[in-house]
Design a binder for this molecule. Structure first.
Ligand code: BES
Ligand code: ZN
Length: 873
């Protein structure tokens, strides 16, 4: 039973007032900030209703309506609401004077301090910590903001939109003021304000229509040199959105501020994005190739929100995937277009399976469009984001790219300036894509089920080879439990398939086609040329065409064939992953499987030989062992330590068997290793893979080589070296780690990766090492990046976290309780390290349970309470 009150989608009612405009006035003082808001309010109907505004930890000074101050009978105030009784029935002006204290706000929500500067985070419900306001996304207003502050302490004063005025104050020479106006109506969660000592790096972008946009990146002094990559990324994103979607930026300037203390990755505030500094400050010395790509995609993501999120926003937070799923889909397509679509797909699928599928299997499983929630901050999940993006991707596949674009354009035209629902989105996309709705080739209503249904659908596939007529019959079945009701609806499952001749491996017999499985069962007939004597090899769910699990009767031979020959990157990789999972599983179950292992190793050797035809990055991806979370999902009773050890010993045995091939390979790639990103990233990636295998196989020369690479290489190589040494817990490991620390100790962004490394690497010292990291002079308790590095890193330190007679779990629980006191959002995300407790073997299960109960008994925030109760349920 959950003890907290939940918000329900079914209870939605539109706000009874319009607030066309709001003026905000911020007076920044030494130990508090004065906030005055003045709103024009229009009742929507002639019947009177009370005016309800949210507000938390605000010191209310006065309220007036049309210039008349209200007396205490005319309103009431609670911990989180201000209710004004019977406001005027016609348009009126409401003025509220108040005061807030950002200086002791550690939650990183609302207005708070980060390294001496004031900054805001309002999504989802932070605006209520700044002033009394209807803190919901469907109330859109035009904002005008005046900020005044001491010029020496806060030389830079920023808010959304365009700069209208700035100057000194007449009565006080030390203070200055600035006025910002944002002409586009927006919900309050997109409001932003930044004040402090920041350095500006600026650039320009010219749109296709010839408009000049000022790009302004604000960073702490000394960080200017790390902004070029972010600027390049932003320009690419602006160009891509114009070329691909015909969407142009709408203000004259685009500002990005980098802050050290930030709960999330980045925030799309209109015209004033605020970023976690690790997602802005990056070059090839400080960031790995993967991190550079991540920065590029997050910059793009927040930029793309300008249309999908800001110009069109969400009616309520149940519609969160409307903006997040769609924008993740857009940033994924952007990265696919800029780099390799095939590799990007593998990366995204691997993430989805390791995290979203795991979420779906656990206690926090929920639909992309849930019916209720307690704390909205807990709903920024991989289901809303990544599964949400998969739904849009399926829609594009079902409709076809060109028509889909027409559909999205229609959505944007129809809802520009409005707050919309996911149903609005689907309906307007279908209307825009097809001249008549009846031309739509799939059941839209059934497609909508994807939004309402939690869990991962399953599909069963079996084949019958009719050799007399040369027909391959394929039977598809959705696993639907008819006994249970509404959760088990038929889905629309798009399946891309093709098939290969066993004899003539390279050419598919059948070009890639789409089968739409929209009924419980479907049969597919593939006609094969009569020259084929054997059943062809079926290649299904190519490109991971829908986010489902499937079971098929494909044989090990088939998978080995696809691993070697399929022309779809995803299917090749996936076949290899399946084989590796089989091998690791049988190793754990102590089942004899050496034949399969030998055949797989042979296939790997063949792939390495064909490097000329293989992208080196892809080759390295093929050689990557399945993620830990995917391995855990293979077992009813998970023994994490055994999984870790067996997966490692499998890697060791691969390494030993392909030693010679790797050595030859490494000679051939060194040429391109120093090219600048994105060039050379494949070579760097494969070098990392080679190092890992060779170091595990005990190659002393490679270990030395890794240590020697720490000082003067690009970060990709440095981290590849650290990763290769990581499982060894050797003298070289310590030496390399120390060298790294010494070089980067004054760069907090880079140092976080050292904290994560130290916390996650196997070590005989157990928890002491974690305690030491937490009290390290460079460790900052107020920075979620640092907390996630150490505590998140510890949770990935399998041998330590899961052993120690439950001490690791208890330690984690205590630290989460501590974090919760200062930052509930970060704490409630950390609790998820316990969400799989019920799937573990008895001992771990009990110990983990004890740790969760400890958090449950503590005096914790409602955010963390929701997660703990869900996990215990
Ligand atoms: N709107 C979110 C950021 C956000 C979410 C802030 C919840 C506060 C509460 C932003 O657009 C976002 O989705 N950021 C992601 C990164 C993105 C590339 C998926 C993040 O912060 O992790
Ligand atoms: Zn987003």
């Amino acid at each position: 039973m959950l003890t907290q009150k939940s918000i329900k989608l079914a209870d939605y009612i539109s706000y009874p007032f319009l607030i066309p405009s709001i003026n905000l006035d911020f007076n920044i003082g030494k130990d508090s900030v004065g906030v005055q808001s003045s709103m024009i309010i229009k009742p929507k109907s002639t019947e009177s209703s009370n005016l309800i505004l949210q507000g938390c930890q605000i010191n209310l000074l006065s309220i007036s309506i049309d210039g008349n101050e209200l007396n205490s009978e005319e309103y009431s105030i609670t911990d989180n609401e201000l209710i004004i009784y019977n406001p005027p029935l016609l348009e009126f002006e409401l003025k509220i004077k108040s005061q807030i204290d950002p200086f002791s706000n550690t939650s990183l929500e609302g207005l708070y301090l980060s390294s001496g500067m004031l900054t805001t985070q309002c999504e989802a419900e932070g605006f209520r910590r700044i002033c009394y306001h209807p803190d919901r996304p469907d109330v859109l207003s035009i904002y005008k903001v005046r900020i005044e502050a001491d010029k020496a302490v806060y030389p830079i004063l920023l808010s959304n939109g365009n700069n209208k005025y700035s100057g000194k104050l007449n009565n006080n020479n030390q203070r200055h003021e600035i006025i910002w106006e944002d002409p586009f109506p927006k919900p309050c969660y997109l409001f932003a304000l930044v004040a402090g000592e920041l350095n500006l790096v600026s650039d320009k972008y010219i749109t296709n229509s010839g408009r000049l946009i000022d790009i302004k990146i604000y960073v702490e002094s000394g960080d200017e040199k790390y902004t070029q990559h972010a600027i390049n990324s932003l320009k690419k994103a602006m160009q891509w959105d114009e070329d691909k979607y015909g969407l142009e930026y709408d203000l004259d300037e685009y500002k990005i501020v980098a802050v050290r203390h930030f709960n999330m990755g980045a925030m799309e505030n209109k015209g004033l994005n605020i970023f976690n500094s690790k997602l802005v400050l990056a070059d090839s010395r400080t960031a790995t190739d993967d991190e550079l790509e991540r920065v590029e995609s997050v910059i793009a993501h927040e930029y793309f929100h300008n249309w999908t999120g800001n110009r069109i926003t969400c009616r309520d937070w149940f519609q969160l995937s409307l903006k997040e799923g769609l924008t993740v889909f857009r940033d994924q397509s952007f990265t696919a277009d800029l780099h390799s679509a095939g590799l990007k797909r593998i990366e995204d699928v691997s993430f989805l399976r390791n995290f979203q599928f795991a979420e779906d299997q656990g206690p926090t499983s929920h639909a992309v469009k849930p019916n209720e929630y307690v704390a909205i901050d807990n709903f920024y999940t991989t289901t809303i984001y990544e599964k949400g993006a998969e739904l849009i991707r399926m829609l594009e596949l079902l409709i076809g790219q060109e028509k889909f674009m027409n559909g999205v354009n229609n959505y944007i035209k129809t809802f520009d300036g409005k707050a919309a629902t996911t149903e609005d989105f689907i309906d307007s996309v279908i209307k825009g894509a097809y001249s008549e709705e009846k031309n739509c080739t799939f059941d839209v209503e059934k497609f909508q089920n994807w939004y309402y249904k939690s869990g991962t659908p399953e599909v069963q596939i079996s084949q019958e080879w009719d050799s007399t007529n040369s027909i391959l019959n394929v039977f598809f079945e959705q696993k639907i439990d008819i006994s249970s009701t509404n959760q088990n609806k038929e889905m629309v499952i798009p399946i891309l398939y093709s098939c290969y001749s066993r004899e003539k491996a390279c050419q598919p017999i059948e070009e890639e086609k789409l089968l739409v499985l929209d009924k419980n069962k479907r049969k597919l007939q593939i006609n094969v040329p009569s020259s084929e004597r054997n059943a062809p090899v079926l290649s299904i769910f190519r490109g991971f065409s829908s986010p489902v699990r499937w079971k098929s009767d494909l044989s090990i031979d088939d998978y080995l064939f696809l691993f070697l020959n399929d022309n779809d990157y995803f299917t090749r990789w996936d076949s290899g992953q399946l084989l590796m999972r089989e091998i690791i599983k049988s190793r754990i179950k102590k089942e004899e499987n050496s034949l399969l292992e030998d055949r797989f190793i042979l296939a790997i050797k063949q792939s390495i030989k064909h490097l000329e035809t293989n992208d080196p990055f892809f080759l390295s991806t093929l050689l990557t062992i399945p993620g830990f979370s995917e391995l855990e999902a293979l077992f009813e009773n998970v023994d994490p330590i055994t999984i870790y050890r067996e997966s490692l010993s499998f890697q060791i045995s691969i390494g030993i068997k392909i030693l010679q091939d790797l050595r030859i390979l490494s000679k051939n790639i060194l040429l391109n290793i120093n090219q600048t990103w994105p060039l050379g990233k494949g070579e760097r990636k494969i070098l990392g893979t080679i190092w890992s295998f060779l170091a595990l196989a005990g190659d002393t020369k490679v270990k030395r080589n890794c240590v020697d690479s720490i000082a003067n290489s690009s970060m990709t190589i440095v981290r590849a070296a650290l990763d290769a040494l990581k499982p060894l817990d050797s003298n070289e490991t310590k030496e390399a780690s120390y060298l790294f620390y010494d070089i980067w100790k004054d760069n907090p962004v880079v140092l976080d990766s050292w904290f994560a490394y130290e916390a996650s690497r196997p070590s005989k010292q157990g928890i002491d090492i974690i305690e030491n990291l937490l009290s390290h002079p460079k460790f900052d308790w107020k920075a979620p990046n640092a907390i996630r590095a150490v505590l998140g890193g510890f949770s990935k330190n399998i041998e330590s976290f899961h052993s120690l007679e439950g001490q690791g779990y208890l330690f984690m629980a205590e630290k989460i309780i501590e974090v919760d006191k200062i930052n509930p959002i970060t704490a409630s995300r950390m609790v998820k390290v316990f969400s799989k407790w019920k799937t573990y073997i008895e001992l771990n299960k009990e110990e983990m349970h004890t740790a969760i109960l400890k958090i449950n008994k503590a005096n914790i925030s409602s955010n963390t309470r929701e997660m703990v109760e869900l996990i215990l349920k």
